[in-house]
Design a protein around this ligand. Structure first.
Ligand SMILES: Cc1ncc(C[n+]2csc(CCOP(=O)(O)OP(=O)(O)O)c2C)c(N)n1
Ligand SMILES: [Mg+2]
Length: 369
């Protein structure tokens, strides 16, 4: 059988991740770089959820608990590779150099948002860092990612596409279509399935009878592997191998990143209504930030002082960026008419003129006025 799965086994989630005694310096340097972004993302998520509760942000979806899976997998990509995200991979854009202020303006939905406030908050996208929009409609990004990967292959480009999905998305019809075509076409796509154990209020045990989601990838003929998604080094290694194989023309790969959604599904959800805090506590003991911090301390490249300094710096970076982003006014209503037609038909031009006239007559109230 061409496809295979490699299992972590049924380790207790609180078990310590297996550690290499001494990692090469280049690996540690990369881990440090990703760790810094993991901390940034954690602090950013906390800040954004507070702003959401204060009514300054409409909606927010956090990555809490999944930082190693998200940023470790994205960190192995080249700048020319593309990300087709699911729900929680916006932070990968920051890792790949997207400006924090523009990122925040998307969350505020204001005129500093390059996507002009047209998407729900947290549905980030930027061509500059090769990331398409977060897909709210579960699974739809998967066939699109396969199409993009196949197109790159036809053009002879070295591009790899990273397609993210949640455990819930493995039940979608689009998952079936995407994996069928990816394997058949040998598309250079890596499916990164973040098994965070929950699809809103549905636990993975009620989502599927498959004992491992990696088995689903294997069923389509895609070499598949289950990886400890809370262990940054393990994610970096597995994602690095998968991307290298896809880039070398060996076809798609499927990674099940075993992790846990420590927070609510989104700012609109209250998980205390459907899940046991004891389960959350067990996974808190395997917080990916804590695991990586221990690893870096053991390797002698990190300590409490550096941790404190990093957190202080990043809290300041976030505070400054929030102040800068919040100062942008809302997008102009006229942006409604932009970006759809190269040559707008008369009816659109007429509507635009009508809106202009109306705005000139009754100037728009300033926010907060
Ligand atoms: C096609 C479709 N069905 C249902 C929903 C409602 N919905 C939004 S998120 C979600 C759960 C997704 O779970 P999972 O794929 O595990 O991702 P996670 O939220 O855990 O990251 C559902 C069912 C949707 N957005 N799209
Ligand atoms: Mg899930």
């Amino acid at each position: 059988m061409a496809a295979r799965t490699e299992s972590l086994g049924r380790a207790h989630p609180a078990a310590r991740a297996k550690r290499e005694p001494s990692a090469p310096a280049a690996d540690l340097e990369r881990e440090l770089r990703v760790y810094r972004h993991m901390v940034l993302l954690r602090l950013l998520d906390e800040r954004m959820l507070t702003l959401q509760r204060q009514g300054r942000v409409g909606f927010y979806g956090s990555c809490y608990g999944q930082e190693a899976a998200t940023l470790g997998s994205a960190a192995v990509l080249d700048a020319g590779d593309w990300i087709f995200p699911a729900l929680r991979e916006g932070g990968a854009m920051l890792l790949r150099g997207y400006p924090l202020v523009s990122y925040l303006c998307q969350i505020f939905g204001n005129s500093g948002d390059p996507t002009k406030g047209r998407q729900m908050p947290s549905h980030q996208a930027a061509a500059s860092v090769h990331q398409v929009s977060w897909s709210s409609v579960i699974g739809t990004q998967l066939p699109q990612a396969v199409g993009a990967a196949h197109a790159a292959r036809l053009r002879g480009e070295p591009t790899v596409v990273m397609a993210y999905l949640g455990d819930g998305a493995t039940s979608s019809a689009d998952f079936h279509h995407a994996l069928t075509f990816a394997a058949r076409l040998k598309a250079p796509v890596v499916f990164c399935c973040q098994n965070n154990q929950w699809s809103i209020s549905l636990p993975v045990s009620r989502q599927t009878a498959a004992p491992e989601l990696a088995l689903k990838g294997a069923a389509y003929g895609v070499p598949s592997k289950r990886v400890d998604g809370n262990d940054l080094a393990a994610v970096l290694e597995a994602a690095g191998e998968a991307v290298a194989a896809a880039r070398a023309g060996e076809g798609p790969r499927f990674l099940e990143l075993l992790t846990y959604r420590l927070g609510a599904h989104s700012s609109s959800d209250d998980p205390t209504r459907y899940r046991d805090q004891k389960e959350v506590d067990r996974w808190l003991a395997r917080d990916p930030l804590q695991l990586e911090r221990l690893r870096l301390v053991e390797a002698g490249v990190w300590d409490e002082e550096r941790e404190g300094a990093l957190r202080g710096e990043q809290a300041e970076v976030i505070a400054r960026a929030v102040a800068e982003a919040e100062a942008f006014p809302p997008p102009s209503p006229e942006t409604l008419f932009e970006d759809l037609y190269a040559d707008p038909p008369w009816i659109v031009s007429e509507q635009r003129e009508a809106l202009r006239a109306e705005l000139a007559e009754a100037p728009r109230k300033k926010p907060g006025a």
